[in-house]
Design a protein around this ligand. Structure first.
Ligand code: ADP
Ligand code: MG
Length: 743
């Protein structure tokens, strides 16, 4: 059996299993073995119902009793209720919006129920538990393993010496599997349960597998990491938690190492490419900056220096500019663009190099277009705007100082001919039909990754790779930045323009909204606008245990209109709306046809409505601090005093303490680090979007590990950038590229 084999070569899979596995992205033996447990539970110490406490995520074994479909007493929500009973007692089970559960299980069925204990003392219940039928013998198997030391979950018992006899011939000889002391609980999907994973993985581990370790042995030794074989056994069937942890650490290292190798290779590839040598005279650039209606901050000047140095070198720049909302990234981008368009194509005495500026949304593209027109007021050039819904050019032939709508064909012709040096747009910019004559600089705003391939695609027929300036306000911790942006040089804009009134942030206790509303009334009357952010779109969310408590955009908008702000126009915005609808609402908000915008966190991405000076965030504890900080960033752009009201649902001390750091922290990056430490990597807004697995995300708490993996990868690439001498690594990378998409 090879790791690369398709699962169907070795398993007979039912269609439901196939579908479920496909959903989890599991196709090969490797995929299955790299589908790591989400957690472990001590065998034989399955929790007893009598001992549960509120807030616990737990798995209980017992029999079902008194299952029935009913309607919520007040809410009238359809649900199933029943009890789980074991020798120690019973607990209520409750499924919201799933009345059919009652029909799916017979009373008396023995099940393993996993879920969160909710409610208050005396009224505890398990909310929306996942059920798994178990056979009595299976339970017997687990409970017979009882031994006192194994109960100490979380505090690893003394490890057997690492790499001791067992693992190395494990693959050959597993004829008498000893039951693991801990059993693995896997991330599940409808159709494949943890039980299924456990038995499938066991079957594989019992066989002979051809699996060479992609991590060089010397490296494993240096960092005291288990071999691939050992780690696979330890991660799925650990004898103790220390083994499981060692295995996870190894896989985390492996993943970060692989990502770093990819990035390193990308970087090496870029370094071999030629790019445009920008040669705009420095005094012209200084003159351009002097025309700004403000004095640049030291951080802005530093960033511009770094960018110019890159672009003057003739080697392609790959730089990430990270700065909080409002730190003035656009001015930096405009200066970089100026340097490019102030440079003539090689051997030409006319024409200029070109710049493409890509924004994530149409609204933002339009905003950048208008900003650029202003920044280039004293150095008038043609600026184009390409979006899905139309094209514009500045200046207009008939009306100088204004932009006009033009046909796409006409715009594309001018871009291809080099007559329009700066083109701003959405993703529409990377369509094939957009051809540049001399594309020297690509600026991208808030897109997570933009690799060499996309750069090449934009450059089309050109032999030179355009310079890349990537900009983001998304605060992420250093370890994550090092990992996902390993191929970019980093510049921080860690200074805010002076003279801005600091935003007033207040914690509002759930039943003390009145004072905040009074202030909002005052500000609305003075002509300002407000955002109200809710965690959810609809009422209620069947998948969430706390569904009934979380405020929803739709309900809250109705409530505010009816009870609090009847005289103001209120509209909603959320992610399930069509892009055109969202755009229309945002336009109306920007034009002050809407006073209060009740929204989910979709407004997070940098939309600029200077007159919106208030943001009220409901259910604040559901957001990460970094995300709250970004939401708050929606209102820092104005000269008016801005307010941010942070209102959690719970009044818990820890919640309030955590939210207080929004008032004390200096910037978003500090908050992102706090999120990582306090809430764990899972809260860093979805590993998926960064192309990192859960185990990889765990590594981000460990700066040393990330730095080690990076140093090793960099050293390897420096010696052998194409990995000629290490075909196994090269192949592993190629396989990864096939399954993971970073761009
Ligand atoms: P972001 O970094 O969020 O993209 P912007 O570039 O949109 O920030 O800048 C936010 C606002 O700050 C703009 O109105 C811009 O004109 C202004 N600004 C930028 N740099 C400075 C500065 N050095 N001094 C004063 N205002 C500035
Ligand atoms: Mg911006």
């Amino acid at each position: 059996m090879h790791l690369g084999d398709s699962l169907t070569d070795h398993f007979r899979l039912a269609d439901t299993h196939k579908a479920a596995l496909a959903k989890l992205g599991i196709k090969t033996v490797r995929d299955l073995l790299y589908h790591f447990p989400a957690r472990y539970e001590a065998a034989g110490s399955e929790a007893q119902i009598a001992g549960v406490v509120s807030g616990q995520e737990i798995t209980l074994v017992g029999t079902l009793e008194k299952l029935e479909a009913k309607k919520g007493w007040k809410s009238r929500i359809p649900m199933t209720e029943g009890y789980l009973v074991d020798a120690s007692g019973k607990i209520k089970l409750r499924w919201f919006n799933q009345p059919y559960i009652a029909k799916m299980y017979a009373n008396g069925t023995l099940v393993r129920a996993s879920g969160k204990i909710t409610g208050s003392e005396g009224k505890l219940y398990m909310a929306n538990p996942q059920l798994q039928k178990v056979s009595a013998t299976e339970v017997g198997l687990f409970t017979s393993q009882k031994s006192p030391e194994k109960k100490v979950l979380g505090s690893p018992v003394s490890a057997k010496p690492q790499e001791a006899g067992r693992p190395d011939h494990f693959f050959q000889d597993f004829s008498a599997p000893s039951p693991s002391d801990f059993f693995a609980v896997y991330p599940e999907s409808r159709g494949v349960s943890s039980l299924w994973f456990r038995s499938a993985v066991k079957k594989i581990l019992e066989q002979k597998i051809e699996a060479e370790d992609p991590i060089p042995a010397s490296m494993l030794k240096k960092y005291n990491l288990p071999t691939l074989r050992t780690a696979l056994v330890w991660v799925h069937t650990p004898h103790n938690l220390k083994d499981a942890e060692a295995a996870r650490k190894r896989f985390a290292f492996e993943e970060v190492f692989m990502i770093q190798l990819e990035r390193g290779r990308e970087r090496a590839e870029q370094a071999r490419e030629k790019s445009y040598s920008i040669n705009a005279p420095r005094q012209d650039i200084d003159a351009f900056m002097r025309e700004f209606p403000f004095e640049s901050t030291t951080a802005q000047k530093r960033a511009i220096d770094a960018i110019l140095k890159d672009m003057y070198s003739g080697r392609p720049m790959s730089r990430l500019l990270e700065g909080d909302v409002g730190s003035g990234k656009t001015a930096v981008a405009a200066t970089a663009a100026f340097a490019a368009v102030r440079t003539r194509p090689e051997g030409q005495t006319f024409g200029t190099l070109q710049v493409a500026y890509m924004a994530p949304t149409e609204i933002l593209a339009k905003q950048h277009f208008l900003s650029f027109i202003k920044y280039f007021e004293h150095f008038p050039i043609n600026i184009g705007l390409i979006t899905g819904s139309g094209c514009y050019k500045f200046p207009s032939k008939v009306k100088r100082g204004a932009a006009t709508a033009i046909s796409r064909t006409q715009l594309l012709k001018w871009v291809a001919g080099g007559e329009i040096p700066v083109v701003i747009g959405t993703h529409a910019l990377i369509q094939k039909s957009v051809q540049f004559k001399h594309l020297a600089l690509v600026i991208i705003d808030e897109q997570h990754r933009f690799g060499t391939n996309q750069r090449k695609k934009l450059a089309r027929k050109e032999v030179r790779l355009p310079h890349l300036l990537s900009m983001t306000a998304t605060p992420i911790p250093r370890t994550l930045a090092l990992t996902v942006y390993g191929d970019l040089d980093l510049t921080l804009l860690d200074e805010m323009p002076p003279g801005r009134k600091p935003i007033i942030t207040e914690l509002v206790k759930p039943n003390e909204r009145a004072k905040a509303y009074a202030l909002m009334h005052e500000q609305l009357a003075a002509g300002r606008q407000a955002y109200v952010i809710c965690p959810r779109i609809d009422e209620p969310d069947p998948d969430k245990a706390f569904a009934l408590m979380a405020k929803s955009v739709k309900e809250e908008a109705k409530r505010l209109k009816k009870e609090i702000f009847p005289d103001y126009s209120i509209e909603i915005l959320h992610s399930k709306m069509k892009p055109a609808e969202k755009d229309a609402v945002m336009q109306k908000f920007a034009a002050h046809e809407i006073d209060i915008l009740v929204a989910t966190s979709v407004v997070e991405v940098g939309v600029n409505v200077p007159n919106a000076t208030m943001i009220f965030i409901e259910g604040a504890e559901r957001f990460g601090l970094a995300q709250l900080h970004q939401l708050r960033g929606r209102v820092v752009r104005s000269n008016h005093q801005a307010y941010c009201f942070v209102c959690p649902e719970s009044r818990g001390e820890t919640t309030l303490a955590r939210l207080k750091s929004l008032i004390t922290a200096k910037n978003g990056f500090e908050l992102a680090e706090q999120d990582l430490l306090q809430r764990g990597p899972g809260q860093l807004a979805g590993g998926k979007q960064w192309g990192i697995s859960d185990v990889g995300m765990e590594a981000l708490k460990n700066l040393k590990l990330v730095e080690a993996a990076r140093a090793e990868a960099t050293a390897l690439i420096a010696k052998d950038s194409t990995l000629k001498t290490n075909p196994l690594l090269a192949q592993t990378l190629a396989e990864r590229a096939g399954t993971m998409h970073f761009e």
